[in-house]
Design a binder for this molecule. Structure first.
Ligand code: MG
Length: 458
């Protein structure tokens, strides 16, 4: 897996990103679209969507052109969250999708995510094949009688909204006030509507499409959400929800406006579904807090760990389901949950609706429910090094007496603590995580690992 990741030239785990007019240009987007169209073949159907960035319309025109030139029929969904496009690819039985977005990156960026027919992001092997098609100029444009066409789907957002609303009890939001901050991104036209349709009173901020992002940056950081927090307190809302630039993630603040860590969010949302489907399987990367596993255990749910990256979570969920396992929820500690009864991708709108479902079944406010969760202390550090492989080899030997999980770096369990030593796939650095319910135990393990890797650092 790690080797395949290194072989990719343009694409990371979440598509390709670049600065508009520098490395993310219509010519580059055209090349990607032609390569994807060539891989799919003439007569195939491809959905496209974009976020609200200023460069979106220009890149959209290039992507349309490339796909049609290679014989694909394009359905343009317009400005939509990434999970909306993914849902429609699956729902409309399309052969693929192209999302034009730079997710949480600053306004000057844009990017492209390729979606497979099953609604998940393109995997490593096929992405390498796509890049090689580009690099070796192997794209094939069609003859005059095989060129594709383009239609629009004005119902795109409505279909996605309907599909989420149908997953929850009617009017479950009645009497509950929620504040939504879509950050001037595509969720401005979906998340407030989803929550309203579920019966909530919804207040919004930054809820107009605007690719200059005047309200806050596309990454929903604690500072960026100060306005959301204040509005939650002022309106007496049960919680506030914000999205990143393409709304595959949802970040929450509680009724006091306090920023919620993504691991806490995941634990709450996992407990909602664990309660509904006890004895199921939760899927999450090796870097996620043990709080999720602990919450699942209360309902006899087990947790399966994967390589870091939502695409690996989604694909593992599919594999486990194919084997007959009862997979109930997947997700990461960064605010994106995957609900397999709806679709196999991170979905910010679905996360917002799930939080509402959770709150609607409780009598206590969110802050109290969070305080009742088991308490874990996690440390996260990163160190510069070009010798990550040697570090992994050394740590494998050093922790030889303890259970080791090597699916992504080295994850060890010792007593009540776990530690993860994980080389970055994109930068010359190694990340170190430790966690325990006993803060001193987590700190001791952290210090020990940092001391052991010191000789290998820059
Ligand atoms: Mg995103």
């Amino acid at each position: 897996m790690a080797l395949e990741k290194l072989e990719k030239k343009y694409f990371g785990t979440n598509g390709v990103r670049g600065v508009t007019g520098v490395d993310m240009t219509p010519v580059f987007a055209l090349g990607i679209a032609e390569a994807f169209g060539t891989m799919l073949g003439e007569g195939k159907k491809v959905g496209i969507g974009r976020d609200t960035r200023t460069s979106g319309p220009a890149l959209n025109a290039a992507v349309r052109a490339g796909l049609m030139a290679c014989g694909c029929n394009v359905i343009d969904f317009g400005v939509v969250p990434t999970p909306c496009l993914q849902y429609l690819v699956l729902d409309h039985n399309l052969d693929g999708g192209v999302m034009i977005t730079a997710s949480h990156n600053p306004p000057e960026y844009n990017g492209i995510k390729i979606i497979e027919a099953d609604g998940t992001e393109m995997g490593d092997e096929r992405t390498i094949q796509l890049e090689q098609t580009m690099i070796q100029n192997k794209s094939v444009v069609s003859a005059w009688d095989k060129v594709g066409d383009c239609t629009e789907e004005p119902q795109a957002r409505k279909l996605y909204i309907d599909s989420i609303v149908s997953q929850f009890p009617k009017d479950c939001g009645k009497g509950i006030t929620v504040v939504v901050d879509p950050g001037n991104g595509p969720a401005a036209a979906t998340s407030p509507e989803i929550l309203r349709r579920l019966g909530c009173t919804v207040h919004t901020i930054n809820a107009e499409f605007n690719g200059r992002f005047p309200g806050r940056l596309p990454e929903p950081s604690a500072e960026g959400l100060a306005n959301l927090s204040a509005t939650v307190v002022a309106t007496g809302a049960a919680f506030g929800v914000a999205h990143d630039g393409d709304a595959d993630r949802a970040i929450f603040v509680d009724e006091n406006g306090t920023f919620m860590d993504g691991n806490i969010t995941f634990a709450l949302l996992a407990s909602y579904f664990s309660g509904k489907y006890p004895g199921g399987v939760i899927v999450t990367p090796v870097s996620t807090s043990g709080i999720v596993e602990a919450v699942g255990k209360k309902y006899n749910c087990t947790t399966t760990y994967t390589v870091v990256g939502s695409i690996y979570v989604a694909r593992t969920m599919r594999e486990l389901l194919a084997k007959g396992e009862k997979v109930i929820i997947g997700g990461e500690g960064n605010g994106g949950i995957i609900y397999p009864r709806h679709q196999f991708c991170r979905d910010g709108g679905m996360s917002a609706a799930t939080m509402l479902g959770f709150v609607s079944e409780k009598t206590s406010p969110l802050s109290k429910l969070i305080a009742e969760l088991p308490s874990f202390t996690m440390y996260q550090e990163k160190r510069k090094t070009t010798r990550a492989k040697e570090i992994v080899a050394h740590m494998r030997k050093y922790f030889a007496d303890f259970p080791i999980d090597e699916r992504d770096g080295i994850r060890i369990t010792r007593g009540g603590a776990w530690g993860l030593i994980r080389p970055s796939g994109t930068e010359p650095l190694v990340r170190v995580f430790t966690e325990s319910q006993n803060p001193a135990e987590a700190k001791t393990l952290l210090n020990e690992i940092l001391a052991e890797i010191k000789p290998y650092l820059e």
